[in-house]
Design a protein around this ligand. Structure first.
Ligand SMILES: [Zn+2]
Length: 85
């Protein structure tokens, strides 16, 4: 069974995942929900890796945003402010 995951992979189990970054940050953990996609990192993008540390019962997971370092999974349109208008 696959044990490490990359951004865009589907989260197989709701649980706590170890998040490994590309040098800019030490490993930390994040709770991710099954059925969602693993998010990209704001800094190292798709270089981030996820490893399941602990399965969590869905009922005990409070709907909350991902760890602040990770991008929101939804595509949020980026507002571009036109200069000079
Ligand atoms: Zn990163």
């Amino acid at each position: 069974m696959k044990t490490t995951f990359t951004p865009g992979d589907e989260v197989p189990r709701t649980g706590v995942y170890r998040v490994y970054h590309d040098n800019h940050r030490l490993m930390h953990q994040a709770t991710l929900l099954s059925g969602k996609c693993f998010p990209r990192c704001k800094q190292c993008g798709a270089a981030v890796r996820f490893e399941l540390a602990r399965v969590v019962d869905d009922r005990f997971v409070i709907a909350s945003r991902n760890h602040v370092i990770l991008e929101d999974q939804k595509d949020v349109p980026r507002l571009v402010k036109a200069a000079g208008d």
